[in-house]
Design a protein around this ligand. Structure first.
Ligand SMILES: Nc1ncnc2c1ncn2[C@@H]1O[C@H](COP(=O)(O)OP(=O)(O)OP(=O)(O)O)[C@@H](O)[C@H]1O
Length: 344
């Protein structure tokens, strides 16, 4: 990744992955925010432990960078079980999945990231595996092909998706619990940042933490990434003693082109397109995606949830519409038949 894509919640360089690994909370108690989901998971894990059985399958849904991988690791850690990690794009054939499932040890937690991108044939194999801990393997070809049942060790599947709506119903229904992760509020992000600053041995005051928390798109991954850039800035331009103040934070964020609301390049491109090319909307998802040269899936699962959450656009049956706040944030005079939140 180019370090300039600083507010993109999806991308991770190798250095960043190592850094994320070090900062990842290891227990539910260390995990900041998502209070409801934490409580729900705690109950599910405790009940399974009391009955000495594998916890139910869990689906984690939400935009990138909110902690899905972290929660999967916590599920394994808290239940004292080994963790196997895979991803939807790595499972392109039913055989890929059969190889993983048949090698699981009893009680193992299997994490499949981006589970909505798994091959259809593998999805069908997964239905049976989740329900009965069994798969049918086809042996031979054509008329002589036979299906051989294979028993699996009991396991807990933790699936992560940015697009729960894309999962076929039979797959979604086989998860005992679906956690919907929400963007974090500023006090929660301040906690994430204070914890990371402690681990980085960076001395940073509360107003500086608050400034970063307000500009990280409600996303812990981006919060941690901005903190690293602030640390760099303080190191290079400061007195060399690892102290970051508000001036350093503002200068670093300006250098990396982080908008006061934390909007990234794609957020801004989408907003500019709605405001200037489509006079504030309404504009359909596909038209918008083509106009900014991005996939509709990315607009819908990464860009739109945040823009809706901060009140810059609303979704209407006729398409996406810019709000009054959007015109004013971009310093433009409202045009066309735009709607405001109050009109809806
Ligand atoms: N609740 C949290 N408290 C503290 N740190 C968090 C929390 N959630 C996420 N993080 C930090 O944010 C980073 C990204 O989290 P994680 O990789 O779990 O996100 P994700 O939702 O799985 O993203 P993706 O689906 O894009 O992989 C990690 O470094 C993790 O330490």
């Amino acid at each position: 990744m180019s370090e300039v894509d600083i507010t993109n919640p999806e991308l991770s360089s190798e250095a960043e992955l190592a850094f994320e690994g070090a900062l990842r909370p290891r227990t539910l108690d260390e995990f900041v925010g998502q209070t409801r989901v934490r409580g729900q998971l705690q109950l599910l894990l405790r009940a399974a432990a009391m009955q000495q059985r594998t916890p139910d399958h869990i689906l984690l849904a939400g935009p990138p960078g909110l902690g899905k991988t972290t929660l999967a690791m916590i599920v394994a850690h808290e239940s004292g079980r080994p963790l196997r990690m895979s991803s939807g794009p790595a499972v392109q054939h039913a055989g890929d999945l059969a190889a993983i499932l048949s090698s699981l040890v009893p009680g193992e937690v299997l994490f499949i990231d981006e589970i909505h991108r798994m091959a259809r044939s593998a999805e069908e194999m997964l239905y049976l595996a989740m329900e009965d801990f069994r798969i049918d393997i086809m042996v031979g070809k054509g008329a002589g092909a036979t299906s051989v049942p294979l028993d699996l060790s009991p396991f807990t599947l933790v699936g992560a998706t940015t697009r729960a709506g894309l999962l076929p119903n039979p797959l979604r229904d086989r998860f005992g619990f679906t956690a919907h992760l929400e963007f974090y509020d500023e006090p929660e992000l301040q906690q994430v940042l204070s914890r990371a600053a402690r681990m980085l041995e960076l001395s940073i005051d509360a107003p500086s933490i608050a400034e970063i928390a307000g500009r990280c798109r409600g996303t812990p991954r981006i919060a941690n990434r901005l903190l690293r850039r602030v640390r760099d800035y303080a190191l290079v331009h400061g007195s060399g003693d690892g102290v970051a103040d508000l001036a350093a934070v503002r200068a670093a964020l300006e250098l990396y082109d982080v908008d006061p609301l934390g909007l990234d390049r794609l957020d801004r491109a989408v907003m500019q397109m709605i405001l200037t090319r489509f006079d504030g909307g309404p504009v359909g998802l596909n038209t918008l995606a083509v106009s900014v040269g991005e996939e509709a899936e990315t607009i819908e699962s990464v860009v739109e949830p945040f823009l809706v959450r901060i009140g810059l656009i609303t979704r209407t049956p006729r398409g996406r519409v810019a709000t009054r706040e959007a015109w004013s944030h971009f310093g433009l005079a409202p045009r066309g038949g735009h709607l405001t939140l109050d009109d809806l």
